[in-house]
Design a protein around this ligand. Structure first.
Ligand SMILES: [Zn+2]
Length: 283
């Protein structure tokens, strides 16, 4: 078969039989691909192109039906070295890689996912110290929101699912006010008034689980920003506090588990290194 060329970002790279590497990448034109890079451990032939996160132009030979394709050459396009500047960036970039390993289709072009992933890595690579501090949960939320969008589960977040009151009718920045109730199966929310009217006759398990997650008005507004804006611009545009974004993260995670095939309940390993859990107040 003729060698092909494609732009690839390394998601995972593991040694194989001492001298070789098996590299899984997200490519622009072939989706997720796993390739064998022969004699890549000792030789300098591949340079840094097989390192995690490296973006390179690959030349490879497809082997239909085979588990691995053969990688014959790679030329570095962008190493994203800034990702290794600190532990939070590296952890978040690892989470992005894990997400792609879970959901990017194999051998099927997914240019939107490729664009999202490369823009997200660029955001981590470029952010200076002061602008990155504290924005890791914002970037994570933006990434997850865009995965939902790619999957076709467009959340309905401009207004309450029951009464239709729009989110802009609630006062901004007032975190003491009552929160919106997350509706996971319908990918939307209910306002406090509708919750009060409905809670008494929630019967099925789904309703009860949904009713446990609540988020602030500001978090919903930022959710809209995450859906609309390019990921690199999101950290500068959002308004909600960190605690609001931590709650939004829980909502997004629940939405992905419910709506996106391949997104299971297995926790993402990289998340252990980022403190993203909301401390629940004692009941
Ligand atoms: Zn309502």
């Amino acid at each position: 078969m003729q060698p092909q060329r494609d732009l690839a970002i390394v998601l995972r790279s593991i040694p194989y039989q001492e001298r070789h590497r098996i590299v899984t990448a997200l490519t622009e034109g072939h989706g997720q691909v796993t390739a064998l890079a022969r004699n890549s451990i000792q030789s300098r032939r591949f340079g840094g192109t097989l390192d995690l996160f490296a973006a390179a132009e690959w030349q490879f030979v497809e082997r239909p039906g085979a588990e691995f394709w053969n990688l014959s050459e790679a030329q570095i396009r962008r190493a994203f070295e800034g990702i290794r500047k600190d532990f939070e960036r590296l952890s978040l970039a690892s989470v992005f890689n894990e997400l792609m390993l879970k959901i990017a289709p194999r051998h099927e072009a997914c240019p939107e996912l490729f664009r999202l992933h490369s823009n997200a890595l660029a955001a981590l690579d470029e952010a200076d110290e002061s602008s990155f501090a504290g924005s890791e949960v914002v970037l994570l939320n933006a990434y997850l929101a865009k995965l939902l969008q790619w999957n076709g589960s467009q959340p309905r977040i401009d207004c309450c699912l029951s009464c239709g009151i729009t989110i802009d009718r609630f006062a901004a920045g007032d975190s003491s006010s009552e929160k919106m109730t997350c509706r996971i199966s319908e990918a939307g929310w209910n306002c406090p008034a509708c919750r009060t009217a409905q809670t008494s006759h929630l019967k099925d398990g789904q309703g009860i689980r949904d009713a446990l997650l609540r988020i602030s008005r500001d978090a919903i507004v930022d959710f809209q920003i995450c859906l609309m804006m390019p990921i690199r611009q999101v950290p500068k545009a959002v308004q909600a506090k960190r605690v609001d974004h931590l709650e939004l993260f829980q909502f997004l995670e629940a939405l992905l588990i419910y709506h996106v095939p391949g997104f299971d309940r297995q926790p993402l390993k990289g998340l252990r290194f980022l403190s993203l859990r909301v401390e629940s107040p004692p009941v």
